[in-house]
Write a protein of this length. Structure first.
Lengths: 457, 558
């Protein structure tokens, strides 16, 4: 397994091996699925759309509907305007969405297609039926990562739809970041428990976690409606969860509609969840109900009871930056040692955050943005770890180095659980700690001699 | 032996096929008129005795949700990617390399004498600066880094969409690096926008492999076994190639090279020394078969190892071709032995599934091949189509001269191949080939899917998502076969699906043992209990205890 990976680390400037990121459009497609009645549309070659749909499907085990401009060599030479025009007309005729969310690809970006202009032309030529919407985000694959694409599509929701009526409402906007539908449900539930009215967008719950009924609902019940996103302009405050995924949209909303915002870490683990709840209470004026204290107490109880199994363990972590930084903080709160940390998404903010988190606690820790899994594997070869946490691609390293492995983040292609069990909030932290404990304790059992196999742990 | 009829008998049975006129009309009328007219040419009611012309390998209408992918996917993802000891560098932004990383299940065995890069994804991860100022420098550096890290035997470079537009000359970079580093390095201009589907990428991959690898090394030891074959278009999904090799080994037939499942560079370099090419996935590799025939004189026959009866037929074709009594006897013994093991499984599953209905929408060959497996089980494929086929995949290779070359195909290079001045060695004389054809073994020809589908079945090319849902509602099939993008849509509809790209992470499905796997998997899906629970009991019998509830209520009052 991964036998060609040498232990000696060679500086690489140009060759990325086993990436810890993918490209912008898939993030944009995922975000767009969080708008009710929306068909994401990929303005580029067919392969982009096919790859993104396939990959999202493998992660969610759900239908992922999206269309493509089906570029040919001709469109690449003459521009893709005709393709997009025809696509808009065809989509509204055949698939009848409320909204089409166009995202670009490296191809249409390099050609320089002026998407807003093409949309305006479609509007003026009557290809967009009354009451229907087409919006877009520029998502060049050669900038940032899938998280950047998610962020750009969220920002476009604001620029296209959010409006200020002049009257500030009671609601708080929550931009949840690139998390699973179950996380979005959990975040909304926390706010509801506090009695806070919220508008969440994007919101893929009810879209990518649908029941089996014998019928395929092309546009499931979930998703933030355009009206909801519009009303975000009247919100009292915005909480943007995860700087990489959500800050741009929140800032744009502040600029456009003067809705103040706080950019918070994803509420994964105890500290980040505490900050989220504390801030939500602050900005909404709500008080934190006893029920949340109870959940928090249960988490602390678990952390306390099982502490000895995780204290001091060395961990390698990789994934998307907002996920990784919150997780690293949680691991530190558990007295674990995240000694190797990689994100594929570029951004100096990650380094600053990591320095803040591990700079004093683990001065020799390795962390890198943008890094790749080849480097992470080499770090592990040089300084072995007790646990690896990351997406499914980590399974190769875990097997090669015989390290217990916890699946976390996007994508998880080979297990279930992430569809139903949130990572966010106190209950999410319990889920996460349970998974970590199971991995570590299974390993203890596996490695124990017959005489040492513990019945009670 | 069992008295159960084989596929021929199943196919000859008169079966009830619903009249599709109305549903097809409804589909066409839903589209804007111009698109409706286009799509109508892709939908045909089949008649194997008078095969209708079907439109294929043309552009998908923008906005129609399609199964199709891109040229790069066909070149790197399908044909080249499985060659395990080549470092495949994808030149472009990160996504293209990332998505083709281990997602296609082209398994590769561990061989300690050879490098295996199947678990690796390599990319130049182009950034905005390189898009603006050109990416050749970064590509050159990436090749250098790959060389220093791995010292591979060969490096292949794949162009993605933006690379073509910014004008990077990957071939020049490859040539220069090859000269400097002394290993084989070659590029593919397989930008995603080329052609109309994966198919263009297959062709480009065939051309590149043929020019750069096939026949570039000679054997050091003269082979003793004359029964030397290649299998073209076998990608070892789920271990198919391993099962095929097991059977061939038993027969005493040497498999020199599969294109390209679980192969090393060297196998392909030596592939010109085979005496027969078997073509599995005709769509993705027929170009190679033709070119090898012209250059080296190796005839090809279209075969399939998908299905027990197909496998038997294929083995007999090989025996007939080599025309050696010892080989023929050995092949017959293997067939008898393998069938004896398979028959009880097949009998049991046949009895439960006879007459059930499948719809196949996949690939450029699988939609055809898997009909044979269903036929093994007594099931019927009543509606089928390909994702990226050409007319010859439907109507047979006889129509190739009549296929119009449009702008999208014209840009894909057709290599002019001449007989190799030294190594051209016709394995059979024209007279021998004619005699074989007379005897039923036609070389260098594919009869197409429609010739083997019943009269009245429906054939749909490049099916759109809308058409798929309509046809599922219409046929209410017992099983639907396609790929991951459709899978959970169809499952939501209560119809079990089998992914014929990834086999739902099972397999192998080729050969005799593979057939047993497939029968069991399909049987398991069709007879799963889960769909019984679709409707909650209270929706089926809402008034179950209404009376009792009232009595309790009254009691309390009293």
């Amino acid at each position: 397994m991964l036998d060609q990976t040498p232990i000696q680390i060679m500086e690489r400037s140009s060759l990325k091996i086993n990436p810890a990121k993918t490209c912008q459009p898939i993030g944009a497609m995922y975000a767009a699925l969080g708008v009710h009645g929306c068909l994401p549309h990929s303005h580029g070659s067919q392969g982009c759309c096919a790859y993104h749909r396939s990959h999202l499907t493998r992660h969610f085990k759900e239908p992922v509907m999206a269309s493509t401009s089906s570029f040919t060599e001709g469109s690449s030479v003459f521009g893709g305007a005709a393709n997009l025009q025809q696509a808009i007309n065809t989509i509204f005729t055949v698939y009848d969405p409320d909204v089409i969310a166009v995202h670009t690809t490296c191809l249409s970006e390099v050609i320089g297609d002026d998407v807003p202009n093409i949309i305006a032309k479609a509007q003026s030529e009557g290809h967009i039926p009354a009451g229907k919407r087409v919006f877009h985000a520029n998502t060049p694959s050669f900038v940032g990562s899938h998280i950047t694409g998610f962020s750009n599509m969220c920002k476009s929701m604001v620029t296209y739809f959010a409006e200020s009526s002049g009257v500030t409402g009671e609601h708080i906007n929550i931009m949840p970041g690139f998390v699973n539908p179950t996380d979005m449900v959990a975040i909304k539930a926390i706010a509801a428990e506090m009695g806070v009215k919220t508008v969440m967008f994007p919101d893929t719950s009810g879209v990518l976690d649908t029941p089996m009924t014998g019928k395929h609902e092309f546009y499931p019940v979930g998703g933030a409606t355009v009206e909801m996103i519009k009303s975000a302009g009247d919100a009292k405050h915005t909480l943007a969860l995860g700087a990489f995924a959500s800050e741009d949209a929140a800032t744009a909303l502040d600029e456009k509609c003067s809705v103040p915002c706080d950019v918070l870490d994803l509420p994964i683990g105890i500290s980040a969840t505490d900050r989220f709840i504390h801030t939500l209470a602050d900005v909404s004026g709500a008080s934190v109900p006893k029920s949340l204290n109870l959940k928090r107490g249960r988490l602390i109880d678990l952390m306390n009871d099982m502490h000895k199994y995780v204290h001091g363990l060395k961990v390698a972590v990789f994934g998307d930056p907002d996920h990784v930084t919150s997780l690293v903080e949680f691991l530190l709160d558990l007295n674990m040692q995240p000694v190797h940390v990689v994100t594929g998404t570029p951004g100096n903010r990650f380094d600053r955050k990591m320095k803040e988190l591990v700079g004093e606690a683990l001065p020799n820790a390795n962390y890198k943005q943008p890094g790749d899994l080849f480097l992470l594997h080499q770090w592990i070869k040089n300084e072995p770890v007790d646990l690896l946490i990351g997406n499914t691609y980590g399974k190769y390293i875990a097997r090669a180095e015989d390290v217990p492995f916890v699946r976390f983040g996007f994508p998880i292609l080979d297990r279930i659980g992430h569809q139903f069990k949130p990572d966010v909030g106190y209950e999410g932290a319990i889920n996460l700690l349970e998974t970590i404990l199971n991995a570590v304790m299974d390993r203890q059992d596996r490695d124990a001699s017959d005489e040492e196999l513990e019945l009670v742990m | 032996m069992s008295s159960i009829p084989g596929p021929a008998a199943v196919k000859d049975e008169v079966l009830y096929l619903p009249d599709t006129t109305q549903v097809v009309k409804e589909i066409i009328e839903t589209y804007p008129p111009k698109i409706g007219r286009k799509r109508a040419k892709h939908i045909r009611v089949n008649d194997p005795d008078a095969i209708p012309e079907i439109e294929a390998n043309v552009r998908t209408v923008p906005g129609l949700i399609t199964q199709r992918g891109c040229c790069y996917a066909g070149c790197k993802g399908v044909v080249l990617g499985p060659i395990k000891d080549i470092v495949h560098i994808v030149h472009g932004p990160i996504g293209c390399s990332y998505y083709a990383w281990n997602t296609r299940r082209n398994l590769a065995s561990k061989d300690h004498t050879k490098a295996n890069y199947i678990q690796y994804a390599f990319s130049t991860d182009l950034q905005e600066d390189e898009i603006i100022f050109g990416g050749e420098k970064k590509l050159r550096a990436a090749i250098q880094e790959a060389y220093e890290l791995f010292h591979p035997k060969a490096i292949a470079v794949f162009s993605t969409c933006p690379v073509g537009l910014i004008g990077d000359d990957v071939h020049a970079v490859a040539r220069q690096a090859k000269a400097e580093l002394g290993i084989n390095i070659f590029g593919f201009s397989c930008e995603g926008y080329k052609g109309v589907s994966q198919s263009a990428g297959h062709h480009i991959a065939n051309n590149g492999l043929f020019k750069n690898v096939v026949g570039i090394e000679e054997l050091t030891v003269k082979p003793t076994n004359p029964f030397r074959i290649n299998i073209l278009g076998e990608y070892n999904i789920g271990g198919d190639a391993w099962e095929i090799k097991r059977i061939l080994d038993r027969c005493g037939i040497d498999l020199i090279c599969t294109f390209s499942g679980d192969v090393v560079y060297e196998d392909i370099a030596h592939s010109h020394t085979a005496n027969l090419n078997l073509v599995m996935c005709y769509r993705s590799i027929n170009y190679m078969a033709d070119m090898m025939e012209k250059k080296f004189g190796i005839p090809w026959i279209k075969i399939s190892f998908i299905g027990a009866d197909s496998t038997t037929k294929t083995l007999r074709k090989i025996a007939k071709y080599f025309d050696d009594p010892t080989l023929t006897a050995r092949v017959e013994a293997v067939i008898a032995d393998e069938l004896a093991v398979l028959q009880p499984v097949r009998d049991e599953i046949y009895s439960r599934n006879k007459g059930k209905v499948a719809l196949n929408f996949v690939g450029g060959s699988r939609a055809h091949h898997y009909q044979d497996l269903f036929a093994d089980m007594g099931m019927r494929t009543v509606c089928a189509g390909y994702e990226f086929a050409h007319r010859d995949d439907y109507e047979g290779s006889r129509v190739i001269p009549t296929i119009k070359i449009d702008a999208d195909s014209r840009n894909i290079e057709e290599i002019e191949v001449d007989a190799d001045p030294v190594r051209f060695n016709p394995r059979k004389t024209p007279e021998q080939l004619a005699a074989l054809a007379e005897d039923g073994l036609v070389t260098n020809e594919y009869k197409g899917m429609m010739s083997e589908m019943a009269k009245g079945t429906l054939v749909v090319d490049d099916i759109s998502h809308y058409e798929m849902e309509k046809l599922i509602e219409f046929y209410k099939p017992d099983v639907f076969c396609s790929g991951i993008k459709d899978k959970f849509v169809v499952e939501k509809m209560g119809v079990p699906t089998k992914q014929l790209h990834s086999y739902d992470y099972g397999g192998p499905y080729a050969g005799y043992r593979g057939a047993a796997n497939f029968y069991k998997d399909i049987d398991m899906m069709i007879h799963s209990s889960v769909r019984r629970f679709l409707r909650p009991p209270w929706e089926q019998k809402p008034q179950l205890r209404a009376g009792f509830a009232v009595r309790t209520d009254q009691k309390k009052k009293g």
